[in-house]
Design a protein around this ligand. Structure first.
Ligand code: ZN
Length: 284
């Protein structure tokens, strides 16, 4: 087995916010240890996103159970991913509404992942669009940012978002384009609509030309870093199970692209994470 390259956080005042990590995934076998390693690398804030009713319950449970472990503050989201669109029933919607009404108590900071995925097509496209629109409406009505998952569906995704935007049904802070794989032009349009752009492992991959280009065009105050743990492990640990410990490698690559010192980029993306998820309490 390959050895893990641990990120050396040379300055203990440098802090990172992993804005997207599926900590409940079974590939992460020891969450306590993962959080301890993450904290050691400087990661002291993590948001745990959901993709179904089942994982929404897990995300809420983990954010409660493991909050504060090794010094890491946890938040979560609830929502139905496009893969799971076919499971979106009135009961599921009731559950989401109930959770969102108790957001402070449950530490829920976003609705998501929601969106469209035409790469895997695990739910019918028409069903995906319908469920995406339903949850966009929820996000607006219940006044909460959302986490967008979009893959190979940029055209339809932008059409739906533009429509919401035109009708005045997108918040000023609509949410984040998570693991952005859009073209630089499409990503620009997202920024104009108010979105944050999320970058993760792929930006560190040598053969990836598009994501660095998107990053170059994204204003500093709209960039957030994420791992999407346990997937998309950044270099130099590509191939291993991803945990939030590795988010500094994503930040370091962005710092390189933007020509900013790492400490500066860490601080900017940390503040952006707090603005995205509207976290006002300061536990730094
Ligand atoms: Zn995810």
């Amino acid at each position: 087995m390959r050895e893990v390259r641990h990120f050396e956080n040379l300055d203990a005042s440098v802090r990172f916010f992993d804005t997207h990590a599926h900590l409940y995934d079974e590939r992460i076998t020891d969450v306590g240890e993962a959080l301890a390693l993450s904290y050691k690398a400087g990661v002291d804030r993590i948001l745990i996103p959901a993709d179904s009713m089942g994982s929404s319950k897990q995300a809420v449970d983990y954010a409660a159970r493991f909050d504060g472990t090794a010094g890491v503050k946890l938040f979560c989201s609830v929502g139905v991913h496009p893969h799971e669109a076919k499971t979106y029933t009135p009961e599921v919607e009731e559950y989401l509404i109930d959770c969102l009404n108790r957001r402070d108590e449950l530490k829920i900071r976003a609705l998501g992942e929601i969106g469209l995925d035409y790469y895997y097509d695990l739910s019918e496209r028409s069903c995906q669009r319908e469920v995406f629109a339903k949850q966009l409406k929820l996000a607006y009505e219940l006044d909460i940012p959302f986490i967008l998952h979009e893959r190979e569906a940029t055209g339809d995704c932008l059409d739906i978002l533009r429509d919401f935007c035109k009708r005045g049904c997108l918040r000023a802070n609509p949410g984040v384009c998570h693991c952005c794989s859009m073209s630089p032009e499409a990503a620009q349009e997202m920024v104009k609509m108010g979105f944050f752009i999320g970058f993760d492992g792929p930006i560190t991959f040598k053969n990836n030309k598009k994501t660095p280009e998107v990053c170059r065009n994204t204003p500093l105050d709209r960039i957030v870093i994420e791992t999407d743990s346990p997937y998309l492990t950044p270099e130099p640990n590509r191939g291993l199970t991803n945990i939030p410990e590795f988010v500094p490698y994503v930040c370091a690559r962005i710092a390189e692209i933007k020509g900013e010192p790492l400490e500066q980029m860490a601080s900017i993306t940390y503040d952006n994470g707090n603005r995205l998820y509207e976290i006002t309490e300061d536990t730094k």
